[in-house]
Structure formats: C-alpha cells, structure tokens
Design a protein around this ligand. Sequence first.
Ligand SMILES: C/C(=C\Cc1cc(O)c2ccccc2c1O)CCC[C@H](C)CCC[C@H](C)CCCC(C)C
Ligand SMILES: C[S@@+](CC[C@H](N)C(=O)[O-])C[C@H]1O[C@@H](n2cnc3c(N)ncnc32)[C@H](O)[C@@H]1O
Length: 229
Amino acid sequence: MNREIRDIFDRIAPVYDQLNNWLSLGQHRIWKEMTIKWSGAKPGDTCVDLCCGSGDLAFGLARYVGNQGQVYGVDFSANLLAAAQKRAQSQYSQPPISWIEADVLSLPFEDGQFDAATMGYGLRNVTDIGRSLQELHRVLKPGATAAILDFHRPRNQQMRAFQQWYLSSIVVPMAEQMGLKQEYAYISPSLDRFPTGEEQVELARQVGFTSVTHYPIANDMMGVLVVSK
Ligand SMILES: C/C(=C\Cc1cc(O)c2ccccc2c1O)CCC[C@H](C)CCC[C@H](C)CCCC(C)C
Ligand SMILES: C[S@@+](CC[C@H](N)C(=O)[O-])C[C@H]1O[C@@H](n2cnc3c(N)ncnc32)[C@H](O)[C@@H]1O
C-alpha cells in the first residue's frame, strides 16, 4: 500500500501545484497559512514539515523561523521532493530547507529534535495514522506543537453532498484531462475512511499529546488538528 501511495504522488508531481491552485480556487494557500500559524513556529526554531510534497508548508515555515532557524521537509515521493528542490533554487528561501526522502512512519531524526511541525494533507494518506502520530510525538521537543491539516467529510449533509459533487464533477474530470483520473478518484474513498475530527483528537491523545484541538475550516470540509506534547 505504501508503494501504491508513493507511486500516485510520483505520477501527480508534474501537475500537483497547478491542479491544487485551480481546484481550490487558490484557497489552499489560506488553509496552509492557517496551519503554519497554528504550528506556533517562531524565529530561530527548528521545524519539520511532514509529507511536505512540493514544499508549500516548508517554505512557509522558513518564512516564520528566519535565517537563524532550520526547516526540514520530509516526503517519500522523489518526484515531489524534486519539485520542492527546484522551487527552492528559484526562490531565495531563508533559511535553506533540508529536503529528506524518507517515510514519516520511520523518521530519521532523534527524539525531541523539533520546536514545531506541520503536516498538510498527509495524515489521510499514510498507511498507519497511529504510527505517524507516534513518530511525530517522538521527534517533537517537550512543549512543542504540531498542526495537521487535512480534508474530512463535513457533518452537515448538504455540505457533504457539495464536497462529493465537487470531487466527482469538478476535481476528477479535470484530473482526467491530465491523464490522472484514478489518482484523483482516490481522494473520495480516502475521505470515507479518514477519522472524524473527534476521532483524530482521541488518536492524538492515545499517543501522548497532552493538548489536542481540532479546528474545522473551509465550511467543515477540512480541519486542522493542533497537538502539543
Ligand atoms: C491542496 C489540496 C489538496 C491536496 C491533495 C490531497 C490529497 O490527498 C490528494 C490525493 C490524491 C491526489 C491529489 C491530492 C491532493 O491534491 C486542496 C486543493 C485541491 C483539492 C483536490 C480540491 C478539493 C477542494 C474541496 C473538496 C472543495 C473546495 C471547494 C471550494 C469552492 C474551493
Ligand atoms: C497530498 S500530498 C501533500 C503535500 C503537501 N503537504 C501539500 O500540502 O501540498 C501528500 C504527500 O504525502 C506523502 N506521503 C504519503 N505517505 C507518506 C509516508 N508514509 N512517508 C512520507 N511521505 C508520505 C506523499 O508522497 C505526498 O507528497
């Protein structure tokens, strides 16, 4: 399953950013900025963006920590990491971001290394959510915070119907134009099996996070799980 997910994102990589901009009407930037703010990243911090993809959140963390800070972007998609590295070469990013090709279920970092962390649209795509939260807890410093952004199914039935209509009538047909129908059709079932906000809170508490809050955003089509160690 892990390889299948990695292959999906390796295939999406060439059009990932463009489709996200079009399909979210540019709104994904706002959702990601909220996530970075909720991570509590501040000047001089050492931070990590898990499942970084093309690096949107990592670049945002770099703006917050400044040139005295450090930022790591971690992903197992070589193609999306290459897209992130290409972007880093074209934009003067301070501090330089370290791009690590690795599985977030087995992070190549010491315990207690990070002051803050982000994870954008990653938790729903890992094969073991509990393990991913355990690894995140392990690498955070005591008192550190992480902000985890992802889609979920809205509680309101009309909004749920809109989200499903948008996915099936807008997202998948547009992806099909790029030969990526199956890759984007994967989103809907991934939402069906993803824990609700309340269930995410419980999972985070089970791995040891002491302060846990789930903030619904985008009319409850998404949420940001904010956890502190
Ligand atoms: C940045 C966004 C999605 C990232 C993303 C997450 C995944 O799990 C994927 C899985 C497989 C293929 C691609 C992705 C993927 O790109 C959010 C913007 C892109 C969304 C696909 C657009 C869907 C947004 C909401 C369902 C509806 C928003 C409606 C509003 C009127 C903008
Ligand atoms: C939808 S993309 C999100 C990318 C980026 N965070 C963003 O907000 O645009 C999901 C990313 O998670 C990565 N991913 C999924 N499972 C992973 C795992 N076990 N280890 C590392 N990366 C993983 C995929 O390769 C992909 O880049």
